[in-house]
Design a protein around this ligand. Structure first.
Ligand code: GDP
Length: 453
């Protein structure tokens, strides 16, 4: 189990080394306050958790800035240790000098993520919360930030810890019974275990499924744009995203690779993949593009199928629409600014929602964007946190498989197998929360952090 440890005192700038309004320097460790005193002289007396005005000092004691500082005594600080912060003007020169003063006084340069790693080691947060910190820092949309904030509040960690705790209790109970070899584990106990394991399986399965939503909030909703060459896919993507990225030409088949573009619509990111025109081709490069297009289609949460209504419906259009059966499709009837040549009544019957659009004039693009937001833009459910990284998803998958096996073993009345499988499930869940995460996993997580966090 994790416990409070006494480590050396670390310091680092928490803001980037560029001229800016303010810079923040962080200190954590047993010597945090004595080290602070060498680099900051308060105007009055410093009180815990109260911002205090004063002077920042260079290593030779010279005043180099008017600054503020705060002390946050342990254990109620970010790291669980004594912490302090100094707020200077955002001058890289000032920050470097103040850090030199702190280092001369005995602090050392913090490594990437070391403050948060200490928070984890000191039990201030579990691994799900530590991962949420980095997700929150990296979030570029409101939706991504909300999900990370929910995870940071501990919703996911608490849920997993409760499941793990209940499973551990069950395993302990069974091992205790098996310590008396003459006594069989009563059938009733096994029946109850089977039922409880069934419920756990349901909860884990819901969590496993939540990854799709969590990944969408974090990385954006993947949307594939497809249609035959020249239908207006690139133009539509540009109209949605609002600026040119891919080359628009009149020669069919020029979009040879996948061009991705992210647009934030109502606080949620959408990643549009402008796919190569789906058609048979002898050209090797174009064939690779087409293969990627099919992959993008498979991974997309929805497809914008673009038709050029200024041309008659072609066999290629029809085969594309057929291929999209069963997918979530928004049918985009493009080039509405031109005289219509397509007989819309000949379009195959489908439940695809239709949008009449001109990618050129922008007409109808708003309505399409609004429909995307209505479909995918459901905001965070209070108290819910979705799995948002593949590491968590993989561990849940393993825990789920082990719980399924344990339930099956309970049904077959093989108590010892129940125990082994439950323990395996606990191990996998512990990897997510940090209760049983290897050093390698922990190092991997904190290596993603920046210095000063
Ligand atoms: P893609 O091959 O499907 O990506 O098609 P592009 O976006 O490259 O468009 C092919 C041609 O159609 C270009 O000349 C575009 O300017 C034109 N185009 C695309 N959308 C519209 C539209 O809504 N109206 C008109 N008039 N032309 C369009």
């Amino acid at each position: 189990m994790r416990q409070q440890m006494v480590l050396d005192t670390i310091a680092a700038a928490a803001t980037p080394p560029i001229p800016s309004a303010i810079a923040i320097i962080r200190i954590s460790g047993a010597q945090a306050f004595s080290v602070l005193e060498k680099a900051f002289v308060p105007k009055g007396s410093m009180q815990a958790r109260k911002l205090c005005l004063g002077a920042a000092l260079a290593p030779d004691g010279a005043k180099i800035d008017e600054a503020m500082a705060v002390k946050m005594p342990c254990p109620h600080s970010y790291t669980g240790e004594d912490c302090a912060e100094i707020y200077t003007h955002g001058s890289p020169g000032v920050v470097a000098a103040v850090l030199d003063t702190l280092f001369a006084a005995g602090a050392r340069q913090a490594e990437a993520g070391e403050f948060t790693r200490r928070a984890f080691l000191n039990g201030r947060m579990d691994l799900t919360q530590s991962e949420a910190v980095i997700d929150l820092i990296e979030s570029r949309t409101r939706a991504a930030a909300e999900n990370a904030a929910a995870q940071l509040s501990g919703v996911l960690g608490k849920k997993l810890a409760a499941i793990r705790g209940a499973l551990l209790d069950m395993a302990t109970q069974f091992s205790a019974m098996m310590d008396f070899p003459d006594e069989e584990v009563p059938e009733l106990e096994l029946e109850q275990a089977e039922e409880a394991l069934g419920q756990t399986e349901q909860t884990l399965f819901q969590l496993y499924k939540s990854y799709a939503r969590g990944a969408m909030l974090k990385n954006g909703v993947p949307i594939a744009i497809c249609g035959r060459p020249n239908a207006g896919k690139s133009s539509l993507m540009n109209a949605i995203v609002g600026f040119d990225r891919s080359i628009v030409t009149d020669i069919p088949g020029t979009t040879r690779d996948i061009v991705e573009q992210t647009a934030t619509l109502s606080g949620l990111a959408f990643v549009f993949s402008d796919t190569a025109g789906l058609r048979e081709s002898e050209d090797v490069v174009e064939r690779i593009g087409i293969e990627r297009a099919r992959q993008a289609l498979d991974q997309a949460a929805a497809v914008l199928a673009v038709l050029d209504v200024s041309q008659p419906l072609t066999a290629q259009d029809e085969s594309l629409l057929k291929e999209l059966t069963g997918k979530h499709v928004f049918l985009v009837l493009n080039k509405s600014d031109l005289p219509q040549q397509m007989d819309i009544s000949r379009l195959p019957d489908s439940d695809f929602k239709r949008f009449t659009v001109s990618a050129k004039t922008g007409e109808g693009v708003d309505a399409l964007c609004r429909a995307l937001v209505e479909t995918f833009g459901q905001t965070q459910i209070p108290g819910e946190s979705y799995l948002s990284n593949p590491r968590q998803k993989d561990a849940i998958r393993r825990a789920l498989a082990a719980v399924r096996r344990a339930r099956e073993a309970a049904r077959m009345l093989t108590a010892d197998v129940v125990c082994t499988d439950i323990e395996e499930a606990c191990e996998a869940l512990g990897e997510i929360t940090g209760h049983s995460a290897s050093q390698e996993i922990i190092d991997g997580i904190f290596s993603r952090f920046c210095v000063g966090k």
